[in-house]
Design a protein around this ligand. Structure first.
Ligand SMILES: O=P(O)(O)OC[C@@]1(O)O[C@H](CO)[C@@H](O)[C@@H]1O
Ligand SMILES: [Mn+2]
Length: 440
């Protein structure tokens, strides 16, 4: 491991420090603003009780912001949600760990991954404790804005997909592979559109997602797409003899443009018969500003259906149908716990067993990567398989643009070389990976 561990020992590096100090209060302020803006809606829906609930949620969020800015100890959750116990046990466990070193669990002294997850869980708690507006998603508007600002790129993508599906039966294997590679790259770069990284800035996809692919190729640092192709095409060929299924799971990340790229990919995988079953895993509560939950998918589909461009409305209609009949959306509280994925088989046995049924699991985004390998300053050349630390439910692939200083599985010297030319390479979302683990 490189020096300066961001791990359960909790030594904060400058990047986490700056993100917690500058970004998280902004995220909280924006959440408070969103509640303010919906004041009259709460009143119309629930009368005075709605207004009181809004005030309560705002006061809880302001208190949370103050706790953060003054580095108060973490408080146990009090909302009685199903996961509250697990969270509180985790808090106690870290307490014991730090007590040995005479430290407290607090905002600037705790592992960064934990701090961030804790903040989003506390935002959820503030809403849960403010019935009847507990359902309110304080990040909804930001997610919707990303969708509207990416309209042109979404239109291009929908049109491309509709056209591709018309020709798909006539493509030979090489042509099909080219389309596969192209769409996966769109999925990768779609992950630039996350809203937690720079809360003051909207990051829509404005350029045509297809036109930029060639230019972006040099920024793919690990490209294991060939493994994914081999796995799926060989299963497709085998299926014709044995009639087995091919199940692909998406561990989703951001709503808006990135979500469109996921749905396009899923549609393509089924249309090309590279997969026969698609499972989507979303978040059950608002998470890291832009992460997808069930409402975001259905909202997106309604928008597409209502679009006055045919290719978009067709996608909306098709995807609604698939979600009723062949795509399976599921969420699990584990995705919004602070735990690294190597603990899944103990903490969420059911979810681990579910993922074991998959033939390929796609882990989208930066946060999933941090949880896959542990939020550590790994040596760049540590093998991915090793960093997964026993988490091997099925063949899996991380599809992620780099936004935090965590990266394994690079070639010797590769990381150092990029550092020389582009010192910020790990945190700007400019570089990406397709990193695969599993037997072929
Ligand atoms: O998982 P995503 O959407 O790709 O990225 C989420 C993210 O921007 O949010 C946090 C910001 O500090 C980091 O975990 C990460 O960089
Ligand atoms: Mn995200």
């Amino acid at each position: 491991m490189r020096p300066g561990v961001v791990s359960s020992q909790g030594r904060c590096l400058s990047l986490p420090y700056l993100r917690i100090k500058d970004q998280t209060p902004t995220i909280l302020t924006k959440a408070i603003d969103a509640l303010h803006r919906h004041k009259s809606e709460f009143f119309e829906k629930h009368g005075e009780v709605g207004t009181e609930a809004e005030k309560k949620a705002i006061s809880l969020l302001s208190k949370l912001r103050n706790e953060l800015q003054t580095d108060k100890p973490f408080l146990p959750l009090t909302d009685n949600c199903l996961d509250a116990d697990i969270w509180n046990k985790y808090l106690e466990y870290h307490h014991t760990l730090l007590n040995e070193n005479n430290k407290k669990i607090s905002w600037f002294q705790s592992p960064w991954l934990y701090v961030e997850c804790y903040m989003y869980r506390r935002i959820h708690e503030a809403l849960v404790l403010s019935s009847p507006i507990s359902y309110f998603d304080v990040f909804k508007e930001s997610k919707e804005r990303n969708f509207f600002e990416s309209q042109e790129a979404i239109k291009t993508l929908c049109s491309y997909l509709q056209d591709l599906k018309k020709r798909i039966e006539n493509l030979d294997e090489k042509q099909l592979k080219d389309e596969f590679l192209k769409l996966f790259q769109i999925v990768l770069w779609g992950n630039k559109c996350d809203l937690a990284l720079s809360p003051n800035q909207s990051i829509p996809q404005t350029s045509s997602p297809l036109a930029v692919l060639e230019d972006l190729k040099p920024y793919i640092l690990v490209n294991n797409l060939d493994y994914l192709w081999s796995l799926l095409i060989s299963r497709k060929k085998m299926r014709q003899e044995t009639f087995s299924i091919t199940r692909v799971d998406f561990i989703m990340d951001n709503a808006g443009f990135e979500l469109v790229t996921d749905l396009v990919m899923a549609d393509f995988l089924l249309a090309s018969k590279l997969a026969t079953e698609i499972h989507f895993h979303g978040k059950s509560i608002p998470w890291f500003v832009s992460d997808t939950n069930k409402n975001d998918i259905y909202w997106l589909i309604e928008q597409l259906k209502a679009a006055n461009t045919k290719c978009m409305s067709e996608c909306g209609i098709n995807w609604e149908y698939y979600l009723k009949h062949s795509w399976i959306y599921q969420d699990h509280m584990f995705w919004t716990l602070p735990h690294e994925y190597c603990t899944m088989s103990q903490v969420a046995t059911d979810l681990y067993a579910e993922l074991e049924k998959s033939n390929l699991i796609l882990f989208k985004g930066d946060l999933n990567y941090r949880k896959l390998v542990g939020d550590r300053k790994w040596d760049f050349t540590v093998p991915f398989h090793q960093a997964l630390n026993g988490f091997h439910p099925a063949p899996l692939c991380s599809i992620r643009t780099l936004k935090t200083e965590v990266q394994v599985g690079l070639a010797p010297g590769q990381g150092e070389e990029i550092t020389d030319t582009d010192p910020q390479w790990m945190t700007t979302g400019k570089y990406g990976i397709f990193q695969f683990d599993g037997a072929l």
